[in-house]
Design a protein around this ligand. Structure first.
Ligand code: ADP
Ligand code: MG
Length: 253
């Protein structure tokens, strides 16, 4: 069986700067895979390549064996990929419930005409949206905040809502951009529980970029350490943390 995601010798440069340099790795179905590395390593660029903000200048990115560039760049959700952003992107004046519904609706497959006609097909879709959103609200314990506006919520709760917005699209691959950034120690521990539950209970494959090595070690099956666009080490959290190249990059030895 094909890996869920495959980077095959991928290169992307911005002018003279090689942001991602002949990078190869695979993410297997059902695993939590973390990308770590110092600032400027190319982590966000790798995410942006998967999100189709850029296409590789060389190499291939495959999703379940399919070349990603063959798919339209606006159809990421159609491919089963969802992402969160490091800087939370929610509608501040809308409620938690509304934000999750908007997250779903952005990806609906009907056109205006079928919506006006309000066919049974659309009604059924509507029910599915509601159901998926209510499931996520229950799953992430967001019930107490359901009707609350985002603007009034603590940062830690907004971060969980952002996670929920991505989950509500029922992805097979969930991309998390620094899920612990800005969170307290307790909130980070809660985030670790959510990530484990997302993997174990929902069966969703998770690819994350994260600085908090404690979170990375506690939830990741495998870790890719990058620097200057290329791979330093790939393996279990323990293997990567004790790898000489990684120690050198982090300690500047
Ligand atoms: P990381 O997320 O690991 O901190 P990035 O992927 O954001 O690193 O960046 C990798 C390198 O590519 C950096 O040197 C950064 O300045 C450069 N870079 C990223 N995006 C762009 C862009 N749109 N234009 C020019 N340079 C960029
Ligand atoms: Mg970054």
């Amino acid at each position: 069986m094909s890996p869920l995601l495959e980077f095959d010798n991928v290169t992307l440069s911005f002018g003279g700067l090689v942001a991602v340099d002949r990078l190869s790795f695979t993410v297997e179905n059902g695993e939590v895979f973390a990308i770590v590395g110092p600032n400027g390593a190319g982590k966000s660029t790798a995410f942006n390549l998967i999100s189709r903000f850029y296409d590789p200048v060389e190499g291939k990115i495959r999703l379940a064996g399919d070349d990603l560039v063959q798919h339209p760049s606006h159809d990421l959700a159609g491919l089963g990929v969802a992402r969160t952003f490091q800087n939370i992107e929610l509608f501040d004046q809308a409620t938690v419930l509304e934000n999750l519904l908007i997250g779903r609706h952005r990806f609906r497959k009907s056109n205006l005409l079928t919506e006006i006609a309000f066919t049974p097909f659309v009604r059924d879709q509507e029910r599915q949206h509601r159901h998926a959103v209510e499931e996520v609200i229950d799953f992430l314990d967001l019930q107490p905040y359901r009707e609350k506006r985002i603007a009034g919520l603590p940062y830690g709760v907004r971060k969980v809502v952002e996670l929920g917005r991505a989950l509500a699209t029922k992805p097979r691959l969930l991309l998390l951009d620094e899920p612990a950034s800005g969170l307290s120690v307790e909130e980070t521990r809660d985030m670790a529980y959510w990530i484990e539950d997302i993997k174990k209970q929902m069966g969703i494959t998770v690819l994350m970029v994260e600085h908090d090595m404690h979170l990375v070690s506690s939830v990741s099956d495998r870790v890719l350490a990058m620097a200057d666009g290329h791979k330093l080490a790939l393996g279990t959290p323990d293997e990567v943390q004790s790898h000489p190249a990684v120690l050198e990059a982090y300690l500047g030895a």
